[in-house]
Design a protein around this ligand. Structure first.
Ligand code: CU
Length: 240
């Protein structure tokens, strides 16, 4: 609104630039009519003014964008806990989880299979490009310089003892936030080798708009993704 009014004024100044020069003090002692020059100055001033207006307008929009979500995000996570479970269904191991999770909510990972039957799992955040897509790539995933092997190293895997020393790997900011790759550690959880039903829960701290990709380093065909979405903020009631 304000900007369009200013734009109208700006156009007015352009039209009226011949008279506008002296008012700004550029022409009081200038020759009687250096009209071309005066228009040029007025035009430059107007352009500068427009730029300033645009800057002010975008700064205002930015301030709104910053103050809006930030002030409300702290109070509006739904307080829900979303669950991603590791399941064995019709002979297939898979992750079962939601398509979206609200930033600031809890994301719980539950191992619903018996590790003595199918082995342990990991829930490991990795970049999309790190996911082994083909069957061949999945079969060679647990070899040096491949993502499943890298994930094992995040967990302190010792190839000699074949033991894991760290069950929960925290990378980047606290909470589920960081996708890893062969060259960067990501957030990851190892479900353990003794019993069914182990679980872990952390806050989702990745930015809204992020798609978190995950994989199980033990069964690389187990893959999934969840999109982090911003909390829904009720619109302020318009002033009467
Ligand atoms: Cu698995």
């Amino acid at each position: 609104m304000a900007l369009s009014v200013e734009l109208r004024r700006f156009r007015y100044y352009l039209d009226a630039s011949a008279e506008w020069g002296p008012a700004l003090g550029t022409g009081a002692s200038a020759p009687a009519c250096n009209c071309t020059r005066r228009k040029g100055i007025a035009l430059k001033l107007s352009r500068a003014r427009l730029r300033a207006l645009v800057l002010v307008a975008s700064a205002a929009a930015l301030a709104l964008a910053i103050s809006g979500p930030v002030s409300t995000a702290a109070v509006t996570p739904t307080g829900k806990t979303e669950v991603i479970s590791m399941e064995l269904t019709k002979g297939k191991l898979k992750f079962v989880g939601p398509e979206t999770v609200v930033a600031g909510d809890q994301l719980e990972i539950v191992s619903d299979t018996n590790p003595k039957q199918v082995g342990p799992h990991t829930f490991s955040l990795v970049t999309k490009g790190s996911l082994p897509k083909t069957r061949k790539a999945q079969q060679s995933c647990f070899t040096p310089k491949k993502i499943c092997f890298s994930i094992a190293k995040w967990h302190g895997f010792n190839p000699k003892t074949e033991k894991i020393t760290k069950n929960l790997v925290k990378a980047g900011p606290a909470g589920w936030s960081t996708m890893g790759s062969n060259s960067k550690t990501g957030d990851s959880w190892f479900s353990g080798e003794t019993k069914k039903g182990t679980h872990v829960s952390q806050e989702v701290t990745a930015e809204p708009g992020t798609v978190l990709h995950y994989i199980c380093a033990v069964h690389p065909e187990m893959q999934g993704e969840v999109e982090v979405v911003a909390p829904v903020v009720p619109l302020p009631t318009p002033a009467p």
